[in-house]
Ligand binder design. Structure first.
Ligand SMILES: Nc1ncnc2c1ncn2[C@@H]1O[C@H](COP(=O)(O)OP(=O)(O)OP(=O)(O)O)[C@@H](O)[C@H]1O
Length: 306
């Protein structure tokens, strides 16, 4: 049985269709990334999975439970960190963790949890006095208090500095090692490539691709590129290499597209032909390239209006 199963989800707010038709399945122990530009419907999708919103159509099952009808049971096994969590401002970090521990039969150790998100030295600080990044780290800790079997994390490292980000990634990796299923909304390519087994790409309220990061790159039909500089380059030198798809010459800048061991094949053909090439580089397609190819937008475009 999959840990999370969403089938033909549809959700609208008055006259805005936020989620048109999204289906996705997350297997137990898997880290699934949810990617898409602003307004694509990611948060609405994960909020519906968390039972915060009621779907207009379609079905959602999380660990075999209906998030609306079996909300109380779901809360015991699903940890949720959503955007803009509001917590009682007058309570300290330690008090909030202590309070949340009382909601669960087998809670995590409070001090260890606070340490894992790097808040030990702020444990006696009130929530309202924490910085935005510290508040966010606390909301991640609170999502994990109940030792959940599955976790939803919506933009978990947005706004965190690089050190805090790495610390949170290590927390997610420890969860993965314990077999916890994770649904992770992210705008950070590095985060997705590092953490996610598979990625659901959502655009205009629809799932448009569901694959591993490498699989998405493949699906987008992207090729490797070898670039170099050479004077008066004659592209027919590369004619006989089967793995070359295209050669573009602009002045002394040459770009060769293709697949396989392209760098090796191009380099030896250039040596054989006596071509003096400089600044030779291999550029592998990235997840950002796949995102651009599949949606028409780059990751950077997708976060520009934040
Ligand atoms: N509470 C709401 N009331 C009305 N419209 C909403 C509400 N929440 C979201 N929307 C709209 O629904 C659409 C999908 O929003 P959603 O927040 O799910 O997208 P998202 O992919 O999470 O975006 P982002 O990357 O900016 O967080 C958008 O057009 C948004 O304006």
């Amino acid at each position: 049985m999959p840990a999370i199963e969403v089938t033909h989800l549809h959700k609208r707010y008055r006259n805005v269709v936020a989620v048109d038709d999204v289906s996705l399945t997350v297997e137990a122990g898997e880290i699934m990334g949810v990617l898409g530009r602003n307004g694509a419907g990611k948060t609405t999708t994960v909020e519906t999975i968390a039972g915060v919103r009621r779907p207009d159509r379609g079905s959602v099952r999380v660990l075999g439970l209906d998030p609306i009808r079996q909300r109380a049971a779901l809360r015991q096994v699903l940890g949720v960190q959503l955007q803009g969590t509001y917590l009682h401002g007058a309570l300290t970090v330690a008090e909030l963790v202590h309070l949340y521990r009382t909601f669960y039969p087998n809670p995590a150790d409070g001090a260890e949890l606070i340490e894992s998100v790097g808040l030990t030295e702020h444990r006696d600080q009130r929530f309202e006095k924490l910085s935005g990044g510290q508040q966010q780290r606390l909301s991640i800790a609170l999502a994990l208090v109940g030792n959940p079997r599955a976790v939803i994390l919506d933009e978990l490292t947005t706004g965190l500095d690089p050190e805090a980000r790495r610390k949170i990634w290590a927390v997610v990796e420890q969860l993965r090692d314990r077999g916890v299923t994770i649904l992770l909304v992210s705008h950070l390519m590095e985060e997705v490539e590092r953490l996610c087994d598979r990625v659901a790409l959502i655009d205009a309220g629809r799932d448009i691709a569901l694959d591993s990061p490498a699989g998405l790159i493949k699906q987008a039909g992207l090729t490797e590129k070898v670039t170099f500089r050479a004077r008066s380059f004659d592209p027919t030198v590369l004619d006989r290499i089967a793995m070359v798809d295209d050669v573009e010459v602009r002045g002394d800048q040459v770009t060769v597209s293709g697949s396989g061991d392209l760098l090796q094949a191009v380099s030896s053909a250039l040596v054989t032909a006596g071509v003096v090439a400089t600044e030779t580089r291999l550029r592998q397609p990235t997840l950002d390239d796949a995102f651009l190819s599949l949606t028409g937008f780059t990751f950077t475009d997708s976060t520009e209006d934040r």
